[in-house]
Design a protein around this ligand. Sequence first.
Ligand SMILES: CC(C)=CCC/C(C)=C/COP(=O)(O)O
Length: 297
Amino acid sequence: MPSPRPVRAGSARSSSVSGVGGGNSGGRYEFMSLTRTPPLSPSPPSHLLQRQGSDPTTARLRASESPNRRRRGSASSNASTSSTGGVQQLPEEDCMHLNPSIISVALSSLLAVDLWLSKRLGVCACEESSWGSARPIMKLVEISGHGIPWIIGAAYCMYKSDSAAGQEVMLNLLMALVLDLVLVTIVKALVRRRRPAHNRMDMFATFSVDRYSFPSGHATRAAMCARFLLAHLVLAAPLRVLVMLWAVFVGLSRVLLGRHNVTDVAFGFFMGYCQYNLVEVLWLSPATLYSMMGQLE
Ligand SMILES: CC(C)=CCC/C(C)=C/COP(=O)(O)O
């Protein structure tokens, strides 16, 4: 009895490329057959179809499928092979699984990078972390961007101000701070993204939505207040630089403390920047204020 001849993988590959020829290379045809149903007519040569299963890429893809999908896939491809006289068709659901949308792939990649980077940057997340000794300073920066000192400070300055212009600016800063709290609460409640696992929930004065992390309320406030200060209160160049550095540092400290992922802070900065535009649109003038107070009386 003749002994079976060993099959060499290399020879199958090289004959596949040379067998198709022209612009439509063997490699291209095989790739397309994985992602969409090959045309029924004209039927591709049967020697090409046989080689699909022996291609290493095909083999790897099939190996990564779940056992159930593999079983279903092979059953349906067997069925379609027999019903179409040798033409192999992939079931429709397989085609969809092999064609994930570019947006969802980009989003999952961004989230994976975000989680990885945020975890690496959370160097002050607890005392035992690599920069744990800097944690008290980071917590001071955290308090400098907290809502309570800002609200109390703005109300106190408004009360103490002896000019109508000063009172107007402080009143609008108060309105901006309240608006920021409301908008951040709404977005946090809608998105409900959990804070990073390495965060220790030892923050001062929080609302219930503050168990969620997207967006960072400190980052929105820092961006909005920085724009507000630069537009209305701080004119000297060195102080303007300090204000900007403070805002950046508040955002950075959120990630270093492990309170937030990088995307929470990035979106927070964007949202706070836009919120200032809204404050300008809603700006309360003394006339508006007096008419509002008149309506209240
Ligand atoms: C109690 C008041 C007036 C404000 C809460 C401020 C606060 C704790 C926001 C949460 O900030 P992050 O989202 O950056 O952690």
